[in-house]
Ligand binder design. Structure first.
Ligand code: CNA
Length: 412
């Protein structure tokens, strides 16, 4: 984790915050003095019409979405998935970046934040907190850690399994197409399904490590888990403050690995955004840092972020509806479904490791320089799918990468 300590060299700091600057950003882009703003103002009616005809969206759930943007785009339904599948099959997408959120894991039985009715935010009464975000607010935690620890008991990895969507992402890696997956999820399911550490950025941290929330002294993650599960407070051996899992709270710095985005996004040739409301900054604005000609595919129940505005950017596609169902259709179009099913079956016969006892090769402090250079990935078959499961990564996919990660994994 990127902790501010005086003994460390200065590192870039980005702090997690609730709320989105997207609207403000979009408005500046639309009307501001920059080249994009000018371009938008100059757009003729026919150019707009062309944009609209190129706009790619489908999915019935928009019918339930009353926002003006949703009703505008639903009249221009074209196969967003099919267009992107075609690009992939043509070999035009070899550096795919995936941006993921809690919607990826709802099919594994983990509620997201914001889905009305089922989301965690709609079910927080029992935690007795003044506002939903308080549960992930570091100052609130400092004062009263109990609400978070109650929630943590339900969220701790172990009882949930990766689903088809996680394995689809892993299949992107198998095919040699995955540049990186940036996930906001803290459930560790990307790692459990075998996506190698070096392909993964857990932008909001995970339960795999723990540290004092005040002085950041590392604390054994398993001991922290045992204490939390038994309704005891894990206490820092150095300063006696409360220890917490290295989940990034509002007001805390994001892991150093997050900064891989400055290398990855300029290089990406396809961005797939799945299962996120794009409400949490700075993560949400990542999707705006991709080159404007690069296709962005949103797979979600509803339009979010820049996809709420019409007209969509001409390289934008979205497919609205249930994510697992959509990803299955996408995989069918790509001809990957059987491979994914086989992979899942082979993994299901294994006992998945607990994240905490796995080698912590996702070192959130020192990984910025050890990401795999794009293009060094080779496409391999799924034959080695079993081997990596003990560490949550697949050696066959990327043996060298996994080893280099493991060798530099121990600091926090
Ligand atoms: P969110 O704000 O709850 O948004 C989730 C999005 O996914 C929403 O737009 C939903 O409509 C959509 N969605 C949910 N289920 C489905 C589905 N089955 N099919 C299609 N779309 C679906 O969550 P975000 O990830 O955007 O917010 C970031 C927070 C959530 C991060 O800080 C996480 O730590 C936090 N979170 C993580 C988990 C997890 O690790 N599994 C669970 C809950 C919250």
């Amino acid at each position: 984790m990127n902790r501010s300590r005086s003994s460390q060299p200065p590192v870039p700091r980005v702090t997690r915050s609730a709320g989105s600057r997207l609207t403000e950003l979009a408005e500046r882009l639309d009307s501001g003095p920059g080249p994009y703003g000018k371009q938008r103002r100059k757009q003729t009616d026919s150019a707009l019409a062309q944009d609209l005809s190129q706009m790619s969206m489908s999915g019935q759930d928009t019918l339930n979405n009353s926002s003006p943007s949703a009703s505008a785009v639903k009249s221009s339904s074209r196969g967003g998935l099919a267009s992107v599948a075609r690009l992939v099959k043509l070999g035009r997408c070899k550096n795919v970046v995936v941006v993921a959120g809690a919607g990826v894991s709802t099919a594994s039985g983990i509620p997201d934040f914001r889905t009305p009715g089922t989301g965690l935010y709609a079910n927080l009464e029992k935690y007795n907190i003044p506002y939903p975000e308080a549960i992930f607010n570091i100052d609130y935690f400092s004062n009263d850690p109990q609400p978070f620890f109650s929630l943590a008991k339900a969220l701790y990895p172990g009882s949930h399994r990766p689903n088809y969507i996680h394995y689809f992402i892993r299949m992107l890696h198998h095919k040699g197409l995955l540049l990186r997956v940036y996930t906001q999820n803290i459930d560790g399911l990307e790692r459990l399904c075998g996506i190698p550490d070096d392909k993964l950025v857990e932008a909001h941290g995970s339960f795999a490590t723990a540290a004092c929330h005040l002085c950041y002294t590392a604390y054994p993650a398993e001991e922290a888990k045992q204490a939390i599960m038994n309704d005891k407070l894990p206490i820092c051996t150095f300063c006696a403050a409360t220890v917490k899992p290295d989940v990034v709270f509002f007001g805390e710095d994001l892991p150093q690995r997050y900064f891989l985005n400055t290398q990855d996004f300029p290089k990406a040739d396809l961005l797939i955004i799945m299962g996120t409301s794009l409400q949490i900054e700075p993560f949400a604005s990542l999707v705006n840092t991709i080159r404007s000609t690069v296709p962005r595919l949103l797979l979600n129940r509803n339009a979010v972020g820049p996809f709420e505005k019409v007209p969509l950017r001409r390289a934008d596609h979205m497919e609205l509806g249930d994510l697992e169902e959509t990803v299955r259709r996408f995989a069918e179009m790509l001809g990957w479904n059987d491979d994914i099913e086989d992979l899942m079956r082979s993994q299901e016969t294994l006992s998945l490791p607990t994240l905490i006892s796995s080698p912590l090769s996702v070192d959130q402090t020192s990984c910025q320089s050890r990401g795999t250079p794009a293009g060094t990935e080779t496409s391999r078959s799924r034959a080695g799918g079993q081997r990596g499961a003990s560490s949550g990564s697949e050696e066959t996919d990327s043996e060298t990468d996994s080893k280099s990660s493991a060798s530099s994994s121990q600091s926090t």
